[in-house]
Design a protein around this ligand. Structure first.
Ligand code: FAD
Length: 271
């Protein structure tokens, strides 16, 4: 199938992009790498009147360090994060996660902001940036606001983005030199979306011990204490957490999620 006809504008500045997104004479959508929106257009699941390409907006393309916080522009591609060569307060975490997303052709175009805005529950960035404690800066013509990841993702493909609003950047707290990280995703073929996934961050100098379970058919499940690190009762606790999601009591899914978490914990050296 082919996409329905739409108009296309490529914004050169953030005010221009926000001005176009604020138009109320039809359905207006931002497009970044088009790796998720493109298929939706072709399937006619999305039929915008106007697409606003935001990939030439300089403010959305920068990666910088601000006093130990890593600030990543929304239109930074997975490939750029995979390749490194930027001030990296995550000590290689972003590069490792990026390298596991799809294959290089998708990573060359797909962006971190597009992935988070799309909010596929199986997406790698949803899980990883939640575990890292990232905040998102959202901008519209009316101003800016900052949301923590758990407040941004409301459900499956559902976020707190308001009409006319863009993610402009992610703000990721720097890890200490003692931080330990584990990340594990189950997928049938390397680089596919996760069937089950988990991330673990243990950063004792910063007082952070966080386990996050992804690919839950809902928002990532965050446990912000060490309770899941211990094997005793862990699988039962995972089952309790997942009971409230669409996974419910599905034995195969409970098992794969419990194993993903166990392997992420082992990677973080806490097993
Ligand atoms: C074959 C294939 C395999 C894949 N495998 C994986 C995988 O293993 N793991 C994984 O995580 N992902 C995977 N993906 C998805 C990929 O990571 C996409 O790049 C990502 O989901 C969307 O990013 P994008 O920049 O292409 O966004 P787009 O497709 O351009 O946009 C997606 C949505 O986000 C909105 N949007 C885009 N940018 C912004 C912004 N800055 N602010 C507000 N809204 C915005 C758009 O309006 C649209 O609704 C795969 C994709 C393909 C095609």
């Amino acid at each position: 199938m082919k996409a329905a006809a739409f108009d296309y504008e490529r914004a050169a500045t953030l005010p221009e992009a926000l001005g176009l997104l604020a138009r109320d004479d039809g359905i207006v959508r931002a497009v970044a790498g088009s790796q998720s929106l493109g298929p939706m257009l072709n399937l006619r699941l999305a039929q915008p009147d106007l697409l606003v390409d935001i990939t030439a907006v300089p403010e959305l393309l920068s990666i910088r360090d601000e006093a130990g916080t890593m600030v990543v522009g929304a239109c930074v591609t997975h490939a750029r994060l995979e390749d490194g060569g930027y001030p990296d307060a995550t000590r290689g975490v972003l590069a490792a996660v990026a390298g596991g997303i799809a294959y290089r052709a998708v990573r060359n175009r797909g962006t971190i902001g597009g992935s988070i805005a799309h909010a596929d529950p199986a997406a790698d960035w949803l899980l990883a940036t939640t575990a890292l404690g990232a905040e998102l800066v959202l901008a519209s013509r009316d101003g800016r606001r900052t949301l923590a990841m758990p407040d941004f993702v409301l459900g499956v493909f559902e976020t707190a983005l308001e009409p006319g609003e863009l993610i402009t950047e992610l703000r990721i707290p720097g890890l200490s030199s003692e931080a330990r990280w584990g990340y594990y995703k189950f997928c049938r073929k390397a680089g596919e979306f996760a069937q089950a996934s988990a991330a673990v961050l243990i950063d004792r100098p910063r007082g952070v011990t966080r386990c996050v379970i992804g690919a839950t058919s809902g928002r990532p499940l965050v446990v912000d204490d060490p309770s899941l690190l211990h094997e005793d009762g862990r699988d039962r606790r995972v089952a309790e957490l997942l009971a409230a999601t669409a996974i419910g009591g599905d034995a195969f899914q409970l098992r794969t999620h419990a194993v993903a978490l166990r392997r992420a914990i082992a990677q973080a050296g806490a097993a």
